[in-house]
Structure formats: C-alpha cells, structure tokens
Design a protein. Structure first.
Length: 151
C-alpha cells in the first residue's frame, strides 16, 4: 500500500452571521487525514495510477473541527513526481455540507468550492494547500489558506 497520501484540501466556512453578501473572506487552517484505501495500477509506460480514499478532519482558525472524506487519483512518474486531482465532502456539527475539488502535484495543490448547503450554500472561491507532514502509517497533515465569497 502506498503511504503517500493525496494532498486533500479542506475548506471550512466561517459563519454567515454578520457577513455582508459578496464580501471576500480570508480563511486558513490545518487538516489531518488517515489513508483508508489505496489501489496502485501499474501502467505500460512505467507510471502508476494511485486511487486513494482518506478520512479526517479540518481545523480552521475560526471554526470548530469539521469531519471530511476525500477521494482522488494521482499519476505517479516517481515517488516525488506526480500530478493528480480529486474532491472532498465535509460536514459540520449542524449537518451543513460542502464539496471542494483539488488538483496539484508534488510542489503543492489548489482547491475550490463546488457547492454546499446551510452555511456553505452559495459559497465560491478557493486557495492553496501544502503538505506539512506524513507518517509511515498513512496519516498526513496539511496547511491551507484562501478566500471565499458568499453570494
């Protein structure tokens, strides 16, 4: 099983209470994931497709911890040379959900909102993330930042 984990990004919203619609809001935080499943598919050209599922949580600077599940695929040219993408689904304690996409390579990732419900409804924006630590058992930690706009 591949112990490198996709750079999943977590985007958590700030409460819409008191936010002026259309205002750009800066957000940042950290996420931690555990690798749940990993499938490696060797390609004829020597590259490897890696499909992974991770579960974890996000800790934004201004919100409580959020649960998150992520899925993605990387095309590995080597352990330190890859490109890939995927998506994540997050749920807060009130049951509000958000969906984000991510794409990136060994140098970093970008992310963006796809949609949401409740406090995440109508949100657009995105940002960047960076892997800050991995563990041999498949866990990984990331820092992320960006902006969003509530429409």
């Amino acid at each position: 099983m591949n112990k490198n984990v996709l750079a999943f990004v977590t985007i958590l919203g700030l409460s819409s209470t008191g936010i002026v619609l259309g205002e750009e809001i800066a957000i940042k935080g950290h996420s931690v994931y555990t690798l749940e499943e990993s499938e490696r598919i060797e390609q004829d050209d020597g590259t490897v497709l890696v499909h992974e599922t991770s579960r974890g949580f996000a800790v934004p600077e201004t919100e409580p911890v959020q649960n998150e599940d992520c899925w993605g695929t990387r095309l590995m040219k080597s352990e330190n040379n890859w490109t890939g993408g995927g998506f994540c689904v997050g749920v807060n304690t009130e049951g509000d959900m958000y969906w984000v996409w991510w794409k990136g390579n060994q140098d970093g990732e970008t992310w963006g909102y796809l949609g949401g419900t409740g406090r995440f409804e109508g949100r657009s924006g995105g940002g960047d993330s960076r892997m800050i630590r991995t563990w041999a058992d498949g866990k990984a930690a990331y820092s992320w930042d960006g902006t969003y706009e509530k429409k």
